[in-house]
Design a protein around this ligand. Structure first.
Ligand SMILES: Nc1ncnc2c1ncn2[C@@H]1O[C@H](COP(=O)(O)OP(=O)(O)OP(=O)(O)O)[C@@H](O)[C@H]1O
Ligand SMILES: *[C@@H]1O[C@H](CO)[C@@H](O)[C@H](O)[C@H]1NC(C)=O
Length: 406
């Protein structure tokens, strides 16, 4: 009571301090929005409004335009933003399916051009060649003719005969195909490691929603029960399985150059783990090309493409060509072991708990830092470490989880 009566007086006495605090707080919150750490559902609605405007103008086409803008079957918009670099990431509900909408990068050049004020489009043949060039440049893959044809259409099996509509389709596809995430989701529909593409509308596309991995390693959870430990081990095994599919399931291994626990997710109702953020998912040879393109390096850090690391040749000041670490090394370092400052674990990772046997901890350390160097490790673990990790993990996982379910 006393405090409430004295509060106005106190506020007045310290008014400058109070003003400063309020201003600082407002600035802080506005930066949280600016950096997309916070987001509001209103931002998701603005994107839908933009999509529907483009649709009404006849610029945007795609399977999701009508359910969004006319029948309005797509509802319950929720924004998702964890320091998102993409302009739009929000989810929505459509006949009990949860979709995640993403937008392609802005400021792309259109595929049509003007010749004496007459709008021009490439021929079908030129369009196919362009698509193959994009895929070659982005993924170092040579597309089979049928695949190129499939990619050249919004509905894979429908050929648009109307010239004007076909040109709209080309305009829309052109933007989508520049996006690595769209490209991987459409190309590898049969592989079941990337989120399924569910539809598009203009420069937006939607993929299946994946359930986040229960963020057991977060600072906020204190629980360290044996049941939780069993769950963590299971997720650990599933991550190793996913890495295996990425390494052996394609013509060339795929590298995940931006690994975080938030970038893994489960298919709804299923047990299948997939990788969410495909912007940094590239075949090895493409990662090598990116690293090689670094103009000049001073330190090893200059030769990193996010989590894909190489070394700086101190003589030539060029990055040494092949990427030196691999997915397993980063997963061991950032996901399994946790966040460390030099040698001390500060935030324990997925597989670090009071239940972690010392043998597992030792293998994890060797996997995360095969050469035991100071600073960022830049070596891939040897096949033997990989096998030992797999063996010990499946052994403990089975014994812990069998205890539970018997
Ligand atoms: N298919 C999905 N299912 C569930 N959540 C998703 C999906 N796609 C994205 N998200 C959520 O939205 C967040 C941002 O999406 P995404 O990673 O694709 O964007 P980004 O701009 O590359 O962000 P960042 O790289 O900073 O995480 C993800 O970390 C994830 O939590
Ligand atoms: C593309 O892949 C092929 C086959 O794997 C490889 O020989 C070639 O060097 C790669 N090209 C580039 C530019 O990385």
């Amino acid at each position: 009571m006393l405090l409430t009566r004295r509060l106005p007086g106190l506020l007045y006495t310290y008014r400058y301090t109070v003003y400063s605090i309020v201003i600082l707080l407002c600035t802080f919150v506005s930066f949280l929005f600016k950096w997309n750490i916070l987001c509001m559902n209103i931002q998701a609605w603005q994107h839908v409004k933009k999509m529907c405007n483009l649709y009404e103008q006849g610029v945007a086409i795609g399977s999701l335009c009508a359910p969004l803008c006319i029948t309005r079957d797509i509802h319950s918009l929720t924004c998702h933003s964890f320091e998102a670099t993409k302009e739009a990431v929000f989810s929505a509900e459509w006949h009990n399916i949860r979709l995640v909408f993403k937008s392609v990068p802005k400021d792309l050049q259109a595929i049509h051009w003007f010749d004496n004020n007459v709008i021009k489009y490439p021929t079908e043949k030129e369009f196919l060649t362009t698509i193959r060039t994009i895929v070659k440049n982005k993924l170092n893959l040579t597309l089979a003719y049928d695949t190129a044809v499939r990619l050249s259409r919004l509905k894979p099996t429908y050929e648009e005969k109307n010239k004007e509509k076909r040109h709209k389709e080309m305009d829309n596809l052109w933007f989508l195909l520049q996006d690595n995430e769209y490209l991987l989701s459409t190309l590898f529909t049969d592989k079941d490691v990337f989120p399924q593409l569910l539809g598009t509308c203009g420069p937006y596309f939607a993929v299946e929603y994946l359930e986040p991995v229960p963020d057991i390693s977060s600072l906020l959870t204190i629980s360290d029960s044996r049941e939780d430990w069993g769950k963590r081990l299971k997720v650990g095994m599933q991550i190793l399985d996913l890495l295996d599919e990425l390494e052996t399931g394609f013509r060339e291994p795929f590298y995940l150059c931006d690994i975080k626990i938030q970038h893994f997710g489960f298919v709804k109702g299923g047990n299948k783990l997939k990788f969410i953020d495909l912007d940094g998912v590239l075949p090895k040879s493409v990662v090598n090309t990116i690293i090689k393109e670094t103009e000049r390096c001073e330190r090893d850090d200059d030769c990193d493409f996010f989590d894909c690391r190489s070394r700086c040749n101190k003589k030539t000041r060029k990055c040494s060509a092949p990427v030196l670490n691999n997915n397993l090394q980063v997963v061991c370092e950032k996901i399994f072991l946790g966040w460390r400052m030099s040698t001390t674990v500060i935030v324990p990772g997925l597989l670090m708990s009071q239940h972690t046997p010392s043998e597992l901890a030792s293998i994890l350390r060797q996997c995360a830092n095969p050469e035991g160097v100071e600073g960022k490790p830049r070596t891939a673990p040897e096949a033997e470490i990989k096998k030992r990790l797999y063996d010990i993990l499946s052994e403990i996982e089975q014994s812990v989880n069998n205890d539970f379910f018997l």
